[in-house]
Design a protein around this ligand. Structure first.
Ligand SMILES: [Mn+2]
Length: 299
């Protein structure tokens, strides 16, 4: 069954197929010191809530950071879409906070309605615009959503996600287009060159975004920065700053995690799930980290 799950193109799974894949390894649990997730876009059809629920079911952490765009207020305002699974995601997160995990919520641009509630607690979830996390190695990481740097991104972002197949198809369309243009007496116009330029610009903008954020972090006297927003998971060093992006749960189903030694890594849940759970401990084994000490009562 695990192999079958791996072979499936998970973006086009039917609910039955999802159930098939996700019922494997019911008792396995991955433990981390910290988990960062963002760009969940609850309230949209694109949201991969089943995969996120599965991820939440099989993971545990002392700290959980929700790095923005958890709920897509823009889409919900246009058309109400709120299936049970989206409710379950919220419930699971709140339950974590209830069970003692330190949960932080950094609103993004799609859930900017939550921004006025910064510096307040809701059901054990602390809402904040920016926060610094200290890893087990003592590294200080600034966490923000990242839309503050939107002016450097522009609108042709989707072009950067075009795969090779799509690009090949465009080349063929271009040939056909110019055949017609020639017949009609027009001059050659390269659609592919035009789009290639657009893609190049989009990629350039993305890297400008990353550099902007890294720059910002270097002014904050921190070792690194963690953000979301551009739906592109990554860990890399820019200048003398560690740049981390936790990706999204619309396309890539990615999370950033910190282990108990303070090492950061990215998890591509759909691809790595089977392997990770195969190597994981059973749910019932002893926790690998100390629960926060209960409050001492003065005698
Ligand atoms: Mn965003």
């Amino acid at each position: 069954m695990p192999d079958e799950y791996n072979k499936l193109s998970w973006q086009h799974l039917s609910p039955d197929q999802i159930a098939l894949g996700l019922t494997t390894y019911p008792d396995k649990l991955l433990r981390f010191r910290t988990i960062w997730i963002s760009d969940i876009h609850l309230g949209t059809r694109g949201c991969k809530a089943e995969f996120l629920l599965d991820f939440l079911k099989h993971t545990e952490s002392e700290y959980l950071y929700l790095v923005g765009d958890v709920v897509d207020g823009w889409q919900l305002r246009k058309r109400w879409y709120w299936p049970q699974t989206h409710n379950d995601v919220i419930q699971k997160i709140l339950r974590r906070a209830h069970k003692g995990a330190r949960v932080f919520y950094i609103p993004g641009n799609h859930d900017e309605v939550a921004r006025p509630f910064c510096n307040l607690h809701f059901g054990g979830v602390f809402v904040t615009n920016e926060i610094v996390h200290e890893t087990a190695q003592g590294k200080r990481l600034l966490i923000l959503h990242g839309d503050q740097f939107d002016m450097v991104i522009g609108c042709a972002q989707w072009l950067a996600h075009l795969g090779d197949t799509a690009y090949e198809a465009l080349l063929r369309i271009n040939t056909l287009l110019n055949f017609i243009r020639r017949k009609m007496g027009f001059t050659y116009w390269s659609l592919s060159a035009y789009l290639k330029q657009k893609v190049k610009n989009a990629v350039k903008r993305m890297s400008t975004f990353e550099h902007f954020i890294a720059e910002r972090a270097s002014h904050h006297n921190v070792d690194g920065v963690i953000c979301g927003h551009i739906h592109h998971a990554e860990i890399r060093v820019i200048g003398n700053v560690l740049y981390c992006n936790d990706g999204d749960w619309v396309e890539s189903c990615t999370a950033l995690v910190e282990d108990f030694d303070g090492n950061l890594s990215l998890i591509h849940w759909a691809e790595q799930r089977q392997q990770l759970l195969h190597n994981a401990r059973d749910t019932n084994s002893t926790p690998s980290f100390e629960q926060p000490a209960p409050l001492q009562r003065a005698m």
